[in-house]
Design a protein around this ligand. Structure first.
Ligand SMILES: C[S@@+](CC[C@H](N)C(=O)[O-])C[C@H]1O[C@@H](n2cnc3c(N)ncnc32)[C@H](O)[C@@H]1O
Ligand code: SF4
Ligand code: SF4
Length: 378
């Protein structure tokens, strides 16, 4: 295996993506917080949130001073459900008043005083902003954002906007809400927010189901006009069904998996390694696990039994990173990163051996696909 320069060096970390809560008020069907498009909680998940005390233990003051950008989003919960979010943000502000921050939220929780307090904190620094994930209007937002009440999210966006803080509206475009883009843009203008339209993930060879607790399909969602649902090739389905039996040993398939993408064009350009000046980004899940980026954080606890998409990538990552000790509850961040835990990942960039990295950061980066043709000029 080729030796490469070390990445994710503690002293070079400049950005942190922290999942500060695994609680949520919404039941978005594709969200990995839930099992297989149902409202049933992912069995790998522990419901919890960072406290200020735990935050202080995990992130020393010297480290906070070196961080230019904090993202509070995550995959298994919504940051605005964290009971101690405001004290944690105040603490960060006290130590590093000029750091930038992004919070992604469905916006449907808490009451007016919370949104005003958050706005007043962010209004002092416009490199801090809230991204409201709102996928439609009164009659459509709840189709994907199950359980989110329109009047509440509208009031929360309004209260936050009135403080003068920066807000961005991100709108996942589906067939059921694509007729509302102009109206949403008008509402965003009224709030003083930028609006971005995005293409959702979650069409896994067919329409996206919203299932009930018994896994019956309640209804299905379809992509917006012009976006196709890609079929999953039968040979992939057959292979993944084999993996799903749990009787295969990864070691017997390692070479086959690592050569799957060897003939694919282009190479991997890691979005978490801004070595040309920006420093590195790391991702920390709410359970304290440190990952190289949000895509690894997303897959780390996703429950994929009887699922197809992402299964082989997770199988590979579980093996590649099986020996790492990456939990902040057991070791400091410096100890974790000094041990070079992600070497098995970046050593596999050459030759496109690591599937998740090629899918996400190959010649067609996943984030470009999410924003592609989503009509942000409106
Ligand atoms: C998993 S969420 C977690 C943060 C927060 N709970 C929220 O929903 O904004 C992180 C990001 O993923 C986005 N997201 C949720 N479902 C998605 C989907 N099916 N396709 C693409 N992005 C999605 C959200 O809009 C948000 O920007
Ligand atoms: S709001 Fe975010 S965390 Fe909550 S269910 Fe939806 S995508 Fe998941
Ligand atoms: S998926 Fe791989 S290449 Fe992309 S940001 Fe994460 S670690 Fe880097």
């Amino acid at each position: 295996m080729t030796s490469q320069n070390k990445h994710w060096i503690y002293e070079n970390v400049r950005a942190v993506h922290l999942e500060i809560s695994t609680l949520c008020n919404s039941i978005c069907p594709w969200c990995p917080r839930y099992n297989n498009f149902s409202p049933n909680l992912n069995p790998n998940l522990v419901e919890e949130a960072y406290t200020l005390k735990r935050f202080k233990e995990h992130f020393p003051k010297e480290f906070i001073k070196q961080i230019d950008f904090w993202t509070f989003a995550g995959d298994y919960g919504d940051p605005c459900t964290c009971p101690e979010l405001i004290p944690i943000l105040e603490y960060l502000t006290e130590i590093r008043p000029d750091s930038a921050m992004q919070i992604n939220t469905n916006g449907g929780m808490k009451t007016t005083p919370f949104w005003i307090a958050l706005g007043e904190l962010f209004e002092k620094n416009h490199s801090r902003y809230v991204i409201f994930s709102v996928d439609g209007l009164e009659d459509t937002n709840h189709i994907y954002r199950r359980n989110v009440k329109w009047n509440k999210v509208r009031n929360n966006m309004y209260c936050y906007s009135q403080t003068g803080a920066t807000g961005i509206w991100e709108f996942l475009k589906f067939k059921h809400n694509e007729h509302q883009l102009k109206e949403a843009k008008e509402m965003a203008d009224w709030l003083g927010f930028e609006i971005r339209f995005k293409n959702p993930n979650g069409f896994e060879g067919g329409p996206m189901p919203a299932r009930d607790k018994d896994y019956n399909i309640e209804y299905e969602m379809f992509p917006a006009t012009g976006k196709e649902i890609n079929e999953i090739p039968q040979r992939s389905v057959d292979f993944i069904n084999l993996i799903n039996t749990d009787t295969l040993d990864y070691a017997d398939y390692k070479d086959r998996v690592e050569s799957l993408y060897e003939d694919k064009p282009g190479c991997i350009t890691c979005a978490a390694n801004h070595t040309l000046g920006g420093g590195n980004e790391i991702r920390i899940n709410c359970d304290g696990a440190v990952w190289p980026c949000s895509f690894f954080g997303h897959l780390s606890k996703k429950y994929l039994k009887n699922r197809i998409v992402g299964r082989i990538q997770q199988w590979q990552i579980d093996d590649v990173l099986k020996d790492i000790n990456n939990n902040l509850n057991e070791r400091s961040l410096k100890e974790i990163l000094d041990n070079d835990p992600f070497r098995p990942v970046y050593e596999r960039w050459e030759g496109n051996k690591i599937l998740e990295c090629y899918d996400v950061c190959g010649p067609k980066p996943i984030m470009e696909k999410i924003y592609e043709g989503a009509d942000n000029r409106r």
